[in-house]
Each structure stands twice: as C-alpha cells, then as structure tokens.
Design a binder for this molecule. Structure first.
Ligand code: GLN
Length: 492
C-alpha cells in the first residue's frame, strides 16, 4: 500500500469503498512518505500525526456505518499555515504568531470537515503570504521537490511542494497576487484561484482583503475540481462572499470540451519570458489549435502597470490589516518595553520579518496624507482600467492562455536580496487578482533541467467550470500529471 500517497481522489474513494484499504492505511501511507522526504523538502511548519490518524479513524467508522460524508471523506488535505483550524497552531510562518493557537475553524475548513476531509498539517509559506519563494518563512526553507537547490515558489510553497512530493493528496493555499498559481507552476502541479467572493475569507489571516482568495492544489485537474466543490460556498460571516448556486465542477469535466475561442495576449509573450517557458506554452496553445479551437490574438494593454498597482494596493491593505499585531492581544509581546509606545514598537520590531516590515512601510506611505491621491487613489483608477481590459477581451474569447511565470523555479538565494526581481516573478498572475477573475495553472512542460513549466488559464468571472474543462482536455492527452520528482531517500 506504499504508493497510496500518489493516488488521486477517485482511485482512493474506490479503494476505500471496496475495502481494499482504510482511511487509516491511507493516512499512514501519507505519514510514512512525509517522514521519508521531509528532511529534504521541508514543506511543513508543523504536523499533528496523532490527530490526523484520529480523524482517519473517524472516517473509517463513518464509512463502515454507511454514513460517509462526501467526496473528501478520509482524504488527507494539507493546509497552508494561514487558515484557522481550531486547536491547531496558526503562525503564518511568522515569529509574531509563534505561540498562537486558532480558537475556531475558518469557514473553508468547516466545509472541508463537513465533507469528511482529514485536515493534515500546517504547510510552510512566506511570512503573512508576502513573497514568491517561501524564503520569507521565519521557520524553515522549503525546497522544490524537482530540484532541492531551487525554491518551490510562494507564498504557498509548502502547499505546492507537499502535493508534488506525495506528502499529502491535495492541499489548500491562498492567492493574493499569484501565491497558488506561481508555486503550482514551479512544482508541476495544478493550482487554482477561484473568482473573488466564491470562497469565504472568514478565518483566513488577511493580507490584502480585496485580493485574497483561497483555492486548491492537486496533482490532477479533477482532484482540484473535487476539492474546489467542497471548499466554496456562501458565508454570511464574509461580507464579500457571494451567494450563488453551487456548481458541480468535477461533473462538468465529463462533458466533451466544446469548441472554444482562446485568447493569447501578446503582452505575455514578449521580452522577459524564458525561452523554454515560452516554447512549452506555445506548444500547448498549438495543441488546442490542432483540436479545433480558435486561437485569437488579444491585447491586455495595461498589463505592464499590474506590478506597480498591485504593490500599492496590496501594501496599503496589508499595512491596515497587520495593524492588529500590536503585542497587546495575541501576537508576540516584547519582554523589554517600558511604556505602551515601546511595547508597540518593540513587539512589532521583533515579531515581523524584513519583507513584512517593508510592505507595512510602503503601504503606510501610499496611504499617508499628501500621497494618498497620488498613489492609492491613482492605483485604484488603474485597477479599473485593468479590469476593463479583461472585460473587453472576454467579449471576444472564452478563456485566456498565458505562461504562469516568466521563468521556471530559480535557485534558493538567487533573488532574496533583490525585492524587485522577486516581485516580477508574479508579473503574469497579478492582473487576475486585480480583476477578481478565476485562473488556474496547469503543468504543460519540463525544461531540459527537469523543472516544471506551467500555463495559466484565465476565465470569465465564475468561469471555473470552463477553465477546469480547458485544463482537463489538455491533461487527458499529455503525460505531465504522471511525472514524479526523484527524491533520493524515498521509493517512487
Ligand atoms: N508574491 C506576491 C507577493 O509577494 C503574491 C503573494 C500572494 O499571492 N499571497 O505579494
């Protein structure tokens, strides 16, 4: 039963139903795999093995009693360390929250539990989700399972790496400017950011509230669809949550893909994109053409403004959201403060890492009087232009295809002293958050050095079923979902 950890959800559900193995066997297989490779991958900040086995046992009991809860019953789901799971540590990879334990479940976690998922581990990330390499974690450095000298991407690096390495079946991450899609692309897995408002943000530690969304990581498109179904749903506790009828995304994949118009924006294929990435994405686009879909060249003229606009809006929101970590209520409290101002200063000074401080300072600056109109207000106006670009494009096309990232995974340390070059690794993903649209990253190639390449598929608002179907068609005709990284200490 050693390879259960690399199975997909449908295979696992069949095996559990036929009694070929139990949820405890499955969890044990995932735990063994995790222990075998974790010293190389470092995907987890913490994991509660006993608790996971207990949840798996409860799932077996339910199944035996004919009372299985749903599509995820007994399936291990890894959780980024930014979502509250009652009774588990919630650190956001920050010293600021080193000893914080979540007092309640995030709504997304409630949904996962309601469909029987085994909540498994706290996955590493950039501190407070700020970063693109997971190097900003205060606790450990996650490696890319395909090349341990490379970063896994970020900020949900642990979520992507654990799925690629077989340390969980699927996982949850969050995406504010690319933090699901970028690491998914760099680790060779599927990662999806839903339409803004589809997944509840209640119980998610806020970074930039107008951009943050929760979404799935999986090794197959169908698993991502199954996980997404369980995750989303209206939540009165989140005022931006949308009340829409539930969709059956995995069922939609059973329909043959209708002939579509697929847009290719010229702005995403110019200077700055690595030749191997460009070639793999163009080859994937050619495949769609050969299948009878119409490829339409489109323009998203404000694309070059996405990075500056994002780093104004996201930092402004972050500076306000992170004001709550003041050493008074639940965050790190400096032991060496003589008065209240010193308490704020020292607690924040000691608790936050360098990148988080940089963001808070930038965000406070763009919101300060005299600069607000010049930066923040202006950025909001440009955000509308970026949204309009997409509205116009979607008058002509059903979905948009781009590279997910300009380059494959880079080496650890390569960009950590150069924030600007780090920021540019999200250049293709950020506009989607600014426009609130759904998008996923799909593995479409490997470089000569055996690093994965991802293609981004962007949909209309609530076009989740469409982009999953577009991805599924490609995946069913290619072998990328079956490729596995070669981790030394472990059996394949
Ligand atoms: N890498 C981007 C940033 O550093 C996006 C992060 C995210 O999506 N959480 O802000």
């Amino acid at each position: 039963m050693s390879d259960l950890f690399y199975s997909n959800i449908s295979e696992l559900q069949a095996g559990l139903n036929n009694k070929t193995f139990t949820a405890v066997d499955l969890m044990q297989s995932v735990i063994e795999r995790t222990e075998a490779v974790e010293s190389e991958v470092n995907a987890f900040i913490s994991r509660d093995i006993e608790d996971a086995l207990k949840q798996a046992e409860a799932s077996d009991k339910r199944r035996l009693a004919g009372a299985s809860l749903g599509a995820l019953d007994g399936i291990p789901v890894g959780i980024k360390d930014i979502m509250a799971v009652k009774g588990q540590p919630l650190r956001c990879a920050s010293k600021m929250l080193e000893s914080f334990v979540a007092p309640y479940d995030a709504t997304c976690i409630e949904h996962l539990k309601a469909s029987g998922a085994v909540i498994w581990g706290r996955l590493n990330m950039d501190e407070f989700a700020m970063g693109s390499s997971t190097e900003n974690s205060a606790f450990s450095q996650t490696a890319n399972p395909w090349n341990l000298d490379c970063i896994p991407g970020g900020s949900s690096g642990g979520s992507a790496a654990s799925v690629a390495a077989g340390q969980t079946i699927v996982s949850i991450g969050t995406d504010t400017g690319g933090s699901i899609r970028q690491p998914a692309a760099l680790c060779g897995v599927v990662g999806m950011k839903p339409t803004y408002g589809l997944a509840s943000r209640y119980g998610l530690v806020a970074f930039a509230s107008s951009l943050d969304q929760v979404g799935p990581f999986a090794r197959t498109v169908k698993d991502a669809a199954i996980l997404l179904e369980s995750l989303v749903g209206y939540d009165p506790k989140d005022s931006t949550s949308l009340n829409r009828p539930k969709e059956n995304y995995s069922k939609a994949l059973e329909q043959p893909l209708r002939k579509l118009k697929l847009g290719v924006p010229s702005e995403f294929f110019g200077d700055g994109v690595d030749p191997e990435v460009k070639a793999a994405v163009e080859k994937a686009i050619d495949w769609y053409r050969s299948e009878g879909h119409t490829i339409v060249e489109i323009s998203l003229p404000h694309s070059e403004l996405c990075v500056p606009v994002y780093y104004i809006i996201a930092t402004a929101e972050a500076s306000s959201n992170l004001a709550r970590f003041d050493g008074v209520r639940y965050s790190h409290r400096s032991s060496d403060a003589g008065n209240i101002n010193e308490l704020f200063n020292k607690s924040r000074g000691e608790g936050f890492g360098e990148e988080v401080k940089r963001r808070i300072i930038l965000g406070t600056y763009v919101l300060s009087s005299g600069y607000y109109d010049a930066y923040y207000l202006r950025a909001q106006k440009v955000r509308s232009l970026i949204r309009n670009d997409f509205d116009q494009a979607f008058e002509q096309v059903d979905a948009i295809l781009t590279p997910t990232t300009p380059t494959p995974a880079f080496k650890k340390g390569e960009k950590s002293d150069d924030p600007l070059s780090m920021y540019l690794s999200d250049i293709y993903t950020i506009s989607v958050n600014l426009a609130g649209l759904p998008a996923l990253s799909l593995p479409v190639g490997m470089t000569q050095e055996q690093l994965p390449i991802g293609m981004q598929i962007i949909g209309k608002a609530f076009g989740e079923a469409d982009i999953l179907s577009v991805a599924h068609a490609f995946e069913s005709n290619h072998e990328f979902k079956d490729l596995r990284p070669n981790l030394d200490n472990s059996k394949q």
